[in-house]
Design a protein around this ligand. Sequence first.
Ligand code: SF4
Length: 638
Amino acid sequence: MSVESLFPRLEPLLPAVQKPIQYVGGELNSSVKDWDEAQVRWALMYPDAYEVGQPNQGVQILYEILNEREGVLAERTYSVWPDLEALMREHGIPQFTVDAHRPVGAFDVFGISFSTELGYTNMLTALDLAGIPLHAADRTDDHPIVLAGGHAAFNPEPIADFLDAAVLGDGEEIVLAITEVIREWKDEGRPGGRDELLMRLARSGGVYVPRFYDVTYLPDGRIQRVAPNRPGVPWRVAKHTVMDLDQWPYPKKPLVPLAETVHERFSVEIFRGCTRGCRFCQAGMITRPVRERSITTIGSMVETGLKESGFQEVGLLSLSSADHSEIGDIAKGLADRYEGTNTSLSLPSTRVDAFNITLANEFSRGGRRSGLTFAPEGGSERMRKVINKMVSEDDLIRTVTTAYENGWRQVKLYFMCGLPTEEDEDVLAIADMARRVIRAGREATGRRDIRCTVSIGGFVPKPHTPFQWAAQCDHETVDRRLRALKDTLRRDKEYGRAIGLRYHDGEPSIIEGLLSRGDRRVGKVIQAVWEDGGRFDGWSEFFSFARWQSCAEKALEGVDLDWYTVRERDEVEVLPWDHLDAGLDREWLWQDWQDAIDETEVEDCRWTPCYDCGVCPTMDTEIQIGPTGKKLLPLTVV
Ligand code: SF4
């Protein structure tokens, strides 16, 4: 049955809303396929406004991979701003895709990519607007399969009631596998309806279907057991790992935004995974092992991507881009190739060493040397040992001195507040470090216009990391420490004016903490917040701590907000995500947590022997790094 475009009904409403262009679609490289010729149709969502969601690499990659396949169609949808939401409700217009303005409810799969848990309420808005029942249990054969992916899907338990399924890890291969399961089931005449389709997905071992698992609780509120409730459903569901990134050189045709977005550049992921072992970093832990894209594939992706999109900036993405085994040759090769053109190169890297300055110099040849960013993350030497960020203050000072000597005038430093074992003096040490940075800059250059900006984020303990057992620091303590740091810098007559300080208050981190380490009972809180008007919780102008607090009080029984956040867990406690396998050995994680408390560091297994974190044998993977020895040749003069 054909599906009509909603645009004729939507268009008259657009003059009345903010940034109407974000709903129009038709971007360069977007794709509209014939509805009737497709057997399997995906609606892909990034649950935030277009300006944040459109540049998301994960969604762009899956969109392109799916649309390249015959008989498969994929379109994108983003969160509508509250002004349009109100009008859509008034005029009965459902959640639509931006590509062909088709109703999301008509697709086979509604796939939502979560980079952050603060997008959960936006998912509920989209489901409700789409006419899809909020609870998976209330859906019929006529509704899409609601599927979550992205980093937050490594603990989908707080949204388990709203999901039909979740996938962990790299999406490239699994979206195609899911597509085939759906195609076959439809070809066979949809035997057994929705339930049978979900069983087929669950039995495949690569898709988590929450309804096929029962959770039981102990009288004190902890989980007793999570067990499959159907034969053939695996006890644990494993993440997916794409081993050869060269085989998946996406995006080939990057989408060019119509409205202003947070990133307007062509981004190439130069490797996936990170084994530096920063204990706070969920992304590093769940994406192991390191898999590099080869220098030649990177070169050809940059060339094709720029040609297809017209972008003038290339970003080399990864969790720590300067760690690519051939980054020096990549930087020089690209800088040579694009020197004298309008194309600029950027390396959003945070490694603290002088080599990074060499790279930054390559990338800014002939351009302005405005700011460089480093992430020591912890203010004191002790704190950095706890979090396994192996950077000494002397390393940092040497690095920034080189930066200032090379013409850079502004250095940005990232830190976290509220880390496990943190004391007031660890946070105040940030001020000492910033002062040393300014002093070193002034000495190296003889100039007074040296600046240092300190940005501080609140630490949130995350699943599948050594800190998954840690007590989160309460927001009052975080706020008090940050105020003390601010006062110290303000009182400093000599250096204070050269140091900028940016931080947010601690309340949103507590809610992120609730959603990150929550279990299925937290779903009631999310729904209550959404029913009370909660939207766009990642935006400070919309976020309401008081609303989350009062909804948590009303919706939770026997446990509370503090129980989920500031409570330390012991080794034997069953964690809500223990049945979801990121490959990390639980005993190794626990040992690493003990090492953190003992301030013992662990090396990077790229350069030292494997220390058995468990990922490679469990996932049948291996560290995959160069050098390949190849050069970025022949150079095409642009
Ligand atoms: S299993 Fe060994 S080599 Fe693989 S990521 Fe873990 S520590 Fe590194």
